[in-house]
Design a protein around this ligand. Sequence first.
Ligand SMILES: C[S@@+](CC[C@H](N)C(=O)[O-])C[C@H]1O[C@@H](n2cnc3c(N)ncnc32)[C@H](O)[C@@H]1O
Length: 283
Amino acid sequence: MSDTWDWGTSSDGDRAPSTDLRTDIPHPARMYDYYLGGKDNFAADRAAAAKVVELLPSAPAGSRANRRFLGRAVRFAAELGIRQFLDIGTGIPASNNTHEVAQASAPDSRVVYVDNDPIVLAHARALLQGTPQGRTAYVDADFRSPGSILDAPQTKELLDFSQPVALLSVALLHFFPDSTDPFALLDQYKSVLAPGSVLILTHGTGELMSPEVARSIEAVYTASGLNITSRGKAEVLRFFDGMELVEPGVVPVHEWRPDGHEDDRTMTREEIAGYAGVAVRRG
Ligand SMILES: C[S@@+](CC[C@H](N)C(=O)[O-])C[C@H]1O[C@@H](n2cnc3c(N)ncnc32)[C@H](O)[C@@H]1O
């Protein structure tokens, strides 16, 4: 069974065409929403996510740590003076969305959100709120088609690539197997970044947990028809090629410039299933 919702908005505020949410199969955005304690998930998402939580009880805490990293990294970029953000793989709106964090630091920040999941599209209106001085837009497009994102009218209108941009790829690239060459795809986005731009990235890894648990988690995704590709630190570092990592480099998500949150202090490396890093484009 699948549900059809027709209350989405396109980036220019028009009503979007009816959207088939395919609630009968798990979607990464909705599984993540389940980990975060959200309500925008369906039985198939909950069943798959619950299996992951059985294998890795810290998955919800790890997802929250990932969101906190996103907040810290966006604030870092804003403090560098960056006022433009391209957030690919936005996810269902949660607390501290990119525009909220960026515009809290700098109200004139402009944010372009991109996702290809119909449920995120259905929530686009929530992502399009912002300060009067700033702007946000939503592009319904696929990371694997850089042209459809970089050349989208909303992107062209809001982002000036001759000036620094923060490119966000947070908890996205593990959905792409090596056969799709996510390294080359990301390079296409990196190639348009002006000096002073930053790349903000997290990536799922099984490297910090027992190999057996990592394999079982991968099997849950595969059985659900979803790809998930765990990558180790050496591979995650490759995504930053050509850019200069800021301290502390690529580290377990909760260890990237923690701001004292209790959960980041108590979390162990075995509990976190992701690496994080931020890099700057120099000259
Ligand atoms: C785990 S969520 C991460 C959300 C958010 N970036 C965060 O870290 O809090 C991954 C998001 O990537 C999106 N996604 C997966 N494949 C995609 C693709 N090919 N193009 C665009 N977005 C994609 C999913 O729909 C989902 O919303």
